[in-house]
Ligand binder design. Sequence first.
Ligand SMILES: NC(=O)c1ccc[n+]([C@@H]2O[C@H](COP(=O)([O-])OP(=O)(O)OC[C@H]3O[C@@H](n4cnc5c(N)ncnc54)[C@H](O)[C@@H]3O)[C@@H](O)[C@H]2O)c1
Ligand SMILES: [Zn+2]
Length: 315
Amino acid sequence: MVRTQTGSYPVFVGKNLRNKAADLLNGGYSAYYIITDSRVAPLYLADLEQNLKEKPIYHFIVPAGEQSKNLALYEQIITDMLEKKQYDRGCCVIALGGGVVGDLAGFVAATFLRGVAFIQMPTTLLAHDSTSAGKWGLITPLEKKNLIGAFYPPKAVIYDTAALETLPLRELQSGFVELVKHSFIDSAAFYEQLKAAIPDQKALTAEAVSPFLLRGIGVKAAIVERDEHESGLRTHLNLGHTLGHAIEKEAGFGALTHGEGVAIGILFAMQLSEAYYGVKLPVQEVREWFAKLGLPTGSSSRARAGSTCQANEVR
Ligand SMILES: NC(=O)c1ccc[n+]([C@@H]2O[C@H](COP(=O)([O-])OP(=O)(O)OC[C@H]3O[C@@H](n4cnc5c(N)ncnc54)[C@H](O)[C@@H]3O)[C@@H](O)[C@H]2O)c1
Ligand SMILES: [Zn+2]
């Protein structure tokens, strides 16, 4: 369970859960509206619709990629929902996809008829980071992220780990960085377990990461529960994101994945902490681990060939 100021919601994690969605949701909604993207739809949409077919159900497929978190698509989706005339306040919006679809669908659910039920069905590893976030945002015409959005917890999260098996390696690597971040925030023991289980790129598989999902979600949930609206403690979750976001933006969104930017940002933050607070941190150990995972480290031995971004060492 994830607890928020407005209630709590269950997080189900398991293999092939898309085929059990109706049971998990207890059939409690008048109609379903699934928002998904053009890569995920051919893989998982038919199974989910088959499973939920007892109730009226429609879907909207957006182009895969970051650019789909925009106001024009948002307007198309709510217009489509209104035109279908099936959707009252008892309906439910489902996000089937990664963080992009999650942000878009979460915002639709938060605002359609002033708020209808929202179910998140993440299909990427990175999206474990948003399952307990309960906040959703679009990209505005000024290219700024998250200026338009909502704090709006889902009614449930259904995480089908089978979906991670079709995720391209680079997306798996990107999402893994957020899991590493959660281990850093949690404890040395979590970090050591993660490192031992997944020492390098070869070991980075859906099967290997799945057992850690709930724990990663739990780390974030515990912080969000105490500081839902980002007044202090929640900034811990931004570890690696200050420089990470800047690099991502400078390289041009899409040139570097979010996790790749954060990997460089985490190393930077560790080095900065050493210099500023005089503490000793395992910077070299983490850098070597990231390199073995095929992640960029910000040093001249960058693993990601072809990227346009160069980050300088702190010292
Ligand atoms: N709301 C929040 O709290 C929060 C937290 C973290 C990230 N985010 C947002 O999430 C986005 C990044 O998330 P993401 O990495 O999941 O991006 P994404 O949704 O763009 O997915 C990455 C790519 O993988 C494809 N894909 C998704 N699932 C797949 C599967 N099972 N098999 C094959 N391909 C699949 C997608 O089509 C896409 O091309 C960013 O926009 C970020 O701002 C939001
Ligand atoms: Zn992040």
